[in-house]
Design a protein around this ligand. Sequence first.
Ligand SMILES: NC(=O)c1ccc[n+]([C@@H]2O[C@H](COP(=O)([O-])OP(=O)(O)OC[C@H]3O[C@@H](n4cnc5c(N)ncnc54)[C@H](O)[C@@H]3O)[C@@H](O)[C@H]2O)c1
Length: 271
Amino acid sequence: MTTETDPPRVALVTGAANGIGRATVDILVQQGFRVVAVDSCAGSGTERGEGVDYALATPDQLLSLESEYPGLVHARIVDVRDARALAAAGKFAVDEFGRLDAAVAAAAVIVGGYPVWETPESHLRTLLDVDVVGVWNTASAAVPLMLTGPDPQGCRFVAVASAAGTRGLFHLAGYTVAKHAVVGLVRGLAADLIGTGVTAVAVSPGSTDTDMLRATAGLYGLDQINEFSSSQLLRRLLRPEEIAATIAFCCSKEGAVLNGSIVDASGGFTA
Ligand SMILES: NC(=O)c1ccc[n+]([C@@H]2O[C@H](COP(=O)([O-])OP(=O)(O)OC[C@H]3O[C@@H](n4cnc5c(N)ncnc54)[C@H](O)[C@@H]3O)[C@@H](O)[C@H]2O)c1
């Protein structure tokens, strides 16, 4: 439980310019957090990675968070593959806001559309570099600051995995490999953090209305993202705000019970 006299909690969020990451920044700010918002803002540039064929966020999208939440959110253009830049963003959070209580690793890309045997190795490497090493780098940047901060008992590391973290998805084997690795990373991290008070958890969304889902529809040759509704018991797409609300609970002090857990936030995934 956080009281009004407690100092504001502070979070680092990656993939913060768009989709689920952005919705997470919104809800954390509403809950009183200060946030350092990180995104590569690669747009349509080649630095998105081999095989990424849709536009990522732009600098304007990321920087708009600073104007929307003056003094409460600071934006940093950082690629999660760059461990040193991420460490600097974590240090910036502590220098600016005095502490780091939560880190949300939401940045990722989706690449796919082929069976394993036709998938270029470079596409798998993009997924491993961004979606796995990027989460590893985020944990490596954030956890030491949490362990040496004022309240390790209240500190949370939250990785955004996927339904693909616990099952195989058609023509998305590389993404499935990457998200299974994120689940393994969270379990290993939680084991390493034994007795420290800092916890680690993965949140696995189902089909959520974001640019990544539109890109996934493109990989499957679907005209409408709504066609993904049929693979969820809710029979509708999830909204980024709904996933963000689950992530925000995981970031809370009360979220400590979800340690080493894989939280299914899929609305009932069936396919
Ligand atoms: N949308 C879904 O249906 C769905 C389902 C399951 C899991 N997820 C997961 O949710 C998370 C958020 O996805 P989303 O749907 O909001 O996607 P999105 O494409 O809307 O947002 C992803 C953000 O990550 C940023 N990003 C990409 N590569 C980066 C890098 N190398 N460094 C820093 N930032 C980078 C992008 O610029 C973008 O702002 C991802 O981990 C994704 O795998 C999404």
